[in-house]
Write a protein that binds this ligand. Sequence first.
Ligand code: SAM
Ligand code: SF4
Length: 315
Amino acid sequence: MRDGFQREIDYLRISLTDRCNFRCVYCMPPEGVEKRSHSEMLTLEEIEEIARAAVELGVRKLRITGGEPLVRRGAVELCRRLGRIPGVEDLSLTTNGALLAPLAAELRETGVRRVNVSLDTLDPEKFRAITRGGELADCLAGIRAALDCGMDPVKLNVVLIGGFNDGEIPALAALSASWGVEVRFIELMPIGHTVPFGPEAYLPVDEVLRRLEGWTAEGTEGVARMFRLPDGGRIGLISPLSCRFCADCNRLRLTADGCLKPCLHSREEISVRGLHGEALRSAILAAAAAKPADHGPPSEQCRSCSQRDMNRIGG
Ligand code: SAM
Ligand code: SF4
């Protein structure tokens, strides 16, 4: 499946739910999200049907995300079904890690071979503050369990926030060598309506390189610029808004309420709820065709144009 700019679209990110057991300050309002009725959300069967249709059209990679995907009942069973779809070469998960420890081995068995876990700080108090109540120990146990059951790679997603965790850059980067994980620093995005940070929080990820010594550049891998550290660790830098990777964008996003988003930062959405067969395939092709060349500079006081908060898109 190709878009209007001849980019191969082979990657579908599937949000299982808008809900989350955390309330990260850059992602959700403190009161959480409005509870929506089950009938507004895709069932697990519908998600599987849409994924199958996308795979028939050329999608090879599926990533399960949210909200927090592991709070959705049946998440592991869905992974099992997605892992069995002929043509799926890569099934992965993005999670905050809090519920991962007891599920990691079973998920690995369903075909989830790799996982990204969000981890913004190594200080339990700061962790509680940024997640509004999360326990660092649970997240660390989830990472440990993912490593122990052989998920590979395990990537840690760190949202870089000036004045919050920039002082921890060396400690977070050192986890790469000591735990055998890849540590990815991601620029804070001005998306949604819930970002209470001032301009100093929006650090360019190149700040990471200024705080580390002796690194060597290793080129790009997907959306990340990769660097090797003197201790053998590997870090990735991701600049979502500076448009470094739009030219290679290969993805569509499926929201939990059944919309395909051609671009993370655009308002455009194509509903696939209730569609089957040829109508479903046509809608998926239309979403690919609607992908813009790039998301351009963010507008409206420098904010993303997406009308959804990140928990409703899946990152
Ligand atoms: N709950 C899961 C988690 O936290 O990993 C999956 C969904 S979460 C929306 C996906 C990713 O988006 C996380 O790594 C999170 O840190 C990131 N994210 C959320 N809001 C963001 C923002 N405003 N700027 C940058 N990254 C953001
Ligand atoms: Fe939940 Fe992930 Fe958003 Fe944090 S970033 S509130 S863990 S969905």
